[in-house]
Design a protein around this ligand. Structure first.
Ligand code: NAD
Ligand code: GLY
Length: 373
């Protein structure tokens, strides 16, 4: 892919359809927002890390469209994906007398995007919002598809809404300032799409991991585009996760348990997902769905992306039991039965329960006493 060409992926959801624009030099260009409605007010939601880098440039690009452009700067980190931070957005909206035509702009990673989306879904029962994702993870996954949420101490993303943005602006240039650890976290979600839906993309990801890790613009552009295409294809068929959309949660059941069990922010979301995919692949193998070679290939790629492949201990006394308890509050669990997204042959995912004893064996074999080995 030529990194200088504008790529557009459409997400087809009838009256809630929208475009995902992908290229460099996009977020600070007024033309990028030509189809976004103007209004008296806009609110840019960002955080203490991203706002100093990019908020002034976004504000300048929006000047012709809005009379008043306000900015709210949230604390940075998964541990701040809370009611308190959400309230800071509502405080800013109300203090500035923002009306129901106000457009919210989420400028940041998935944490900012998920909270801005939830605020947009609920302020005055719904105001429009635009996603301007600045992490790889947010560009390939969280900004697309309309899942919005905050965390609860007992479970991740447990309080939220389905609410679609008007547009997603993936500016590849913003990835230049992303810390290495965050780049790796985003690669976990890129790797995810192959085993669940497209083994040709998995092969491409294997062949191009070095280019991705060294931020080759063409490789990053293709990874964002193909990931968004696959996500748009899934969400277009099952917007509210009554079935198919659950496949996008490959690795997330184990991963969310790791994030909640260690305390939000200890492991990054993408790190939990990376390691969670290794555990889910082992479970798939034990159930006879994939062979050892596939598990080895996936584990090697996750490791190559700089992600942990050995799970942390979540309890000194009963590690497997602690994982199981945390996974029982997963959104896919039904009547306390955990449903895992498993690989049913490379390129195909299914949802399935597994015997507790087998899950315990997988956790035992995939975890060590040392959390980041
Ligand atoms: P994040 O939002 O915490 O961002 C990661 C870090 O990078 C933060 O410190 C942030 O300030 C910083 N950052 C962001 N952009 C930067 C840039 N361009 N340059 C320098 N630093 C930058 O984490 P994330 O990985 O983007 O998102 C994870 C969140 O997304 C989790 O809360 C997860 O639950 C959520 N998520 C949601 C969905 C969904 O469908 N809604 C899907 C996947 C993940
Ligand atoms: N990241 C999972 C989903 O959007 O459904």
């Amino acid at each position: 892919m030529n990194a200088t060409d504008l790529q557009t992926v459409s997400i087809d959801l009838q009256e809630r359809s929208y475009a995902i624009s992908i290229r460099g030099s996009l977020f600070d260009n007024p033309l990028t927002y030509s189809e976004v409605p103007g209004a008296t007010s806009a609110l840019i939601v960002s955080n203490v890390t991203v706002a100093p880098l990019y908020a002034a440039r976004l504000q300048k690009a929006l000047r012709g469209k809005y009379t008043h452009i306000h900015t709210v700067t949230l604390p940075d980190g998964e541990e701040y994906k809370t009611w308190d931070s959400l309230n800071l957005i509502f405080d800013a909206l109300l203090a500035n007398a923002c009306d129901r035509k106000t457009v919210l702009f989420a400028l940041g990673g998935g944490v900012v995007g998920d909270m801005t989306g939830f605020a947009a879904a609920s302020y005055m029962r719904g105001v429009p919002f635009v996603q301007v994702p600045t992490t790889l993870l947010a560009q390939v996954d969280s900004s697309v598809g309309g899942k919005t949420a905050i965390n609860h101490p007992l479970g991740k993303n447990m309080i939220g809404a389905f609410y679609q943005p008007l547009k997603v602006v993936c500016d590849l240039d913003t990835l230049k300032t992303l810390p290495e650890r965050e780049l790796s976290a985003g690669l976990a979600e890129v790797i995810k799409y192959g085993p669940i839906a497209d083994m040709a993309f998995f092969n491409w990801t294997e062949d191009n991991m070095h280019a991705l890790m060294t931020r080759d613009p063409a490789a990053l552009g293709y990874a964002v585009k193909r990931s968004c295409e696959i996500k748009a294809w899934v969400v277009g068929q099952d917007e509210r996760e009554s079935g198919l959309r659950a496949i996008l949660n490959f690795g997330h059941t184990f991963g969310h348990a790791i994030e909640a069990g260690l305390g939000y922010g200890e492991w990054l979301h993408g790190e939990g997902v990376g390691c969670g995919m290794v555990m889910a692949a082992h479970l798939s193998q034990r159930l006879g769905l994939v062979d050892a070679e596939f598990v080895h290939r996936l584990t090697s790629l996750i490791q190559l992306a700089g992600l942990p492949v050995v799970g942390p201990q979540l309890s000194d006394t009963d590690n497997e039991g602690r994982y199981l308890d945390l996974m029982r509050v997963d959104k896919k669990a039904e009547a306390g039965e955990i449903k895992f997204v498993l690989i049913d042959g490379p390129g195909r995912a299914i949802m399935r329960a597994a015997p507790d004893a087998m899950v315990r064996e997988v956790i035992k074999s995939c975890c060590s006493g040392n959390s980041q080995e």
